[in-house]
Design a protein around this ligand. Structure first.
Ligand code: FES
Length: 119
């Protein structure tokens, strides 16, 4: 079941920066860009490190730790970490960022997330 979670006022999210928030027990990064707001799990698919200190370039998030790049809209990995060959070089698949639907309603940021029906 999909549930909506009110996060904060849109004004709380500076343009071009990631802000870590906890939503339903999960650490997310909310990113405000010129193209709108994005919400992703605060967990880099490379080594699982946090993403809230990454650099935002347009709709691309660059992980602070090893430079992997992700499309914020789709979660697709555009460039793998600079410190190792891409997963496809060893027959694996690049893992994407986990993204969440996000909307701004009446100046408030709202994230949608799947929850267990008993939550
Ligand atoms: S942890 Fe993000 S690129 Fe390595």
């Amino acid at each position: 079941m999909r549930q909506r979670f009110l996060i904060d006022s849109a004004d709380a999210f500076p343009m071009g920066e990631g802000v870590a928030v906890t939503v339903n027990g999960k650490s997310l990064v909310i990113i405000h860009t010129a193209a709108g707001f994005f919400a992703v799990l605060n967990h880099c698919p490379h080594m699982g490190l946090s993403l809230d200190n990454g650099t935002v370039v347009g709709k691309v998030l660059v992980c602070l730790w090893h430079g992997a790049q992700f499309d914020l809209a789709t979660g697709a990995c555009l460039r793998w970490a600079a410190n190792e060959p891409p997963p496809e070089a060893i027959g694996e698949t690049r893992r994407p960022l986990i993204t969440f639907p996000i909307i701004v309603e009446d100046g408030q940021v709202v994230v949608e997330m799947e929850v267990m029906s008993s939550e």
